[in-house]
Design a protein around this ligand. Sequence first.
Ligand code: RP5
Length: 182
Amino acid sequence: MAGTEERTAGGPRVGIVMGSDSDMPVMAKAADILEELGIPYEMAIISAHREPDVFLEYAKNAEEKGFKVIIAGAGMAAHLPGMCAAIFPMPVIGIPMHTSSLGGRDSLYSIVQMPSGIPVATVAINGGANAGLLAAKILATSDPELLGRLKEYSGKLRDQVMAKDARLQELGYRTYMDNQKK
Ligand code: RP5
């Protein structure tokens, strides 16, 4: 399939799909998280509107490929995540893209307002990293080693904030802010 790559050894457990390459900077944040946590994924660019036949093949084959979660990102009339959820029987996480015309509210409403029976777990506008983490947490419910790596990740976040506060106490806020601007 064009535009598809598998990043880690072992079959892909997560499908990352986006409606356009203009979505790539946000979707890359989800991929970065999966790589950091050692989760194999496959990334693809597929437009539900511009190539519906290709989209249908992707969604129908996703379970057979071994995907346990799909992360789908799209902007404007963002039907890709909802249509993935209509076909793929496991969790779909939707990422609404920021848009220049309506600030991403168009994408957000298109993705989050699913009809009863077909849920899409929708993250914030441009919330690529959280989508990756949510996928990891879903997989971690049946993978104790991954759960351990997630706990380490949370521990690192905690340490980073504590280090920042220690630096603030040492320098005072004016010097801290001056250093931030450099
Ligand atoms: C959506 O339309 C894509 O997900 C993208 O966010 C938006 C704009 O696509 P391009 O015109 O940049 O290809 O389908």
